[in-house]
Design a protein around this ligand. Structure first.
Ligand code: MUC
Ligand code: MG
Length: 373
């Protein structure tokens, strides 16, 4: 019988180049910084998790660097000596030493799940209740880029049938110009692809009331987080007044936030990210609240590499509540990988791998190459 006690926790930061710059509302990423966390049990089983934020601390206040400090100095000490199958107890202990810090907690919790599943020789999804599906629809996100570049990228991906829906990042331009760019794209595509937008909380209530109707008019099928994180009542007002789906992302960083969105009827869809929520357990709790309230869930991303993406994929495939597909495309944005078998993306979907744990093996040479010195 494997000794599941955690002997050690180790971290390193990987800097992995992107296939093209990814432009967000306030910053542009050319590489993704990924905190790779490993948990080793007394029997020598190793599990991995990733601490990732989309392009740095602008999104939620954490970065690979802050996560490394939180894990090394505060979270690892309360996990070492406990067992990898004592996840609720470790989550409680982590709450005692770090407030919020959810991206960092997610990295460690996922590494524990991976090690636990590997020790039992089962896939992580089995520890989450078992698979209800073996693949999920996968949208692709385009950075805030000019019209012709968007058209070219979408045409290429649709011709390969890799993605059938697209999320367009907004918020980097003046609102009127930004809306005109998106409306022109919708006209060019003429209904050939599903289009969603993510404004990343950049518009105030007035701007949203003035400019969102034109996006609805253009045929955008879903609007993600137009208004500030804390202003759930503003999102609720928009949700009541406009005939379009709204997705809450920044506004839902805990199960309690999901409850607040449900109470106020602020969105029809919640972006469930294992990163911002603090791991698989809190992700599952968030989906349970959404389901009970009749809110759809989208398996969303912080642009994780293969390890973090697979954690979210196992959850998305073990929870019936994920009925608004996924955007688990993070590994495809990386110019190179650091696992031996890439995740399969086909026919507009991302597919679960076989095998124990998260279902991939690290390519240790590549990990060394990307490790920050
Ligand atoms: C976000 O806010 O949703 C997900 C895809 C992408 O391009 O950015 C992330 C973050
Ligand atoms: Mg978002």
């Amino acid at each position: 019988m494997s000794d599941l006690t955690i002997r050690s926790v180790e971290t390193r930061i990987l800097d992995v180049p992107l296939i093209r710059p990814h432009k967000f509302a306030t910053t542009t990423a050319t590489a993704q910084a990924i905190l790779l966390v490993s948990v080793t049990t007394e029997s020598g089983v190793v599990g991995y998790g990733e601490g990732v934020t989309p392009g740095g601390p602008w999104w939620g206040g954490e970065s690979a660097e802050t996560m490394q400090v939180l894990v090394e100095k505060y979270l690892a000490p309360v996990a070492v000596g406990r067992r990898v199958d004592e996840i609720p107890a470790v989550l409680e202990a982590m709450e005692g030493v770090v407030a919020r810090g959810r991206f960092a907690k997610a990295a460690l919790e996922i590494a524990m799940f991976d090690a636990w599943a590997r020790a039992l020789d089962v896939p992580v999804r089995s520890l989450l209740g078992g698979a209800v599906r073996d693949s999920i629809e996968c949208t692709w996100a385009l950075g805030a880029m000019p019209l012709e570049e968007m058209v070219a990228e979408i045409d290429e991906l649709m011709a390969a049938d890799r993605h059938r829906t697209f999320k367009l990042k907004m918020g980097a331009l003046e609102p009127a110009e930004d809306v005109a760019r998106i409306a022109a794209l919708a006209e060019r595509l003429n209904g050939r692809a599903g289009l969603r937008v993510d404004i990343n909380a950049r518009w105030d209530r007035f701007t949203a009331n003035v400019h969102l109707p034109a996006l609805v008019e253009a045929g955008i099928e879903l609007i993600e987080q137009p208004t500030p994180t804390e202003q759930v009542e503003v999102l609720a007002e928009l949700n009541r007044s406009l005939p379009v789906q709204f997705m809450a992302d920044e506004s839902v960083q805990s199960p309690h936030d999901a409850l607040e969105v449900a109470r106020r009827d602020a969105a029809g869809v919640i972006a469930v990210k294992t990163t911002k929520l603090g791991g698989l357990t809190r992700g599952k709790e968030t989906v349970a609240i959404a389901r009970a309230a009749g809110i759809a869930c989208h398996a969303a991303t912080s642009l994780e590499g293969p390890i973090g993406t697979l954690a979210s994929l196992h959850l998305a495939c073990a929870e019936p509540g994920f009925n608004y597909g996924s955007e688990l495309f993070g590994p495809l944005l990386l110019a190179e990988t650091y696992v031996t078998t890439p995740i399969r993306y086909e026919e507009g979907r991302v597919h679960l791998p076989e095998g124990p744990g998260l279902g991939v093996q690290l390519d240790h040479d590549a990990v060394e190459r990307f490790t920050r010195r």
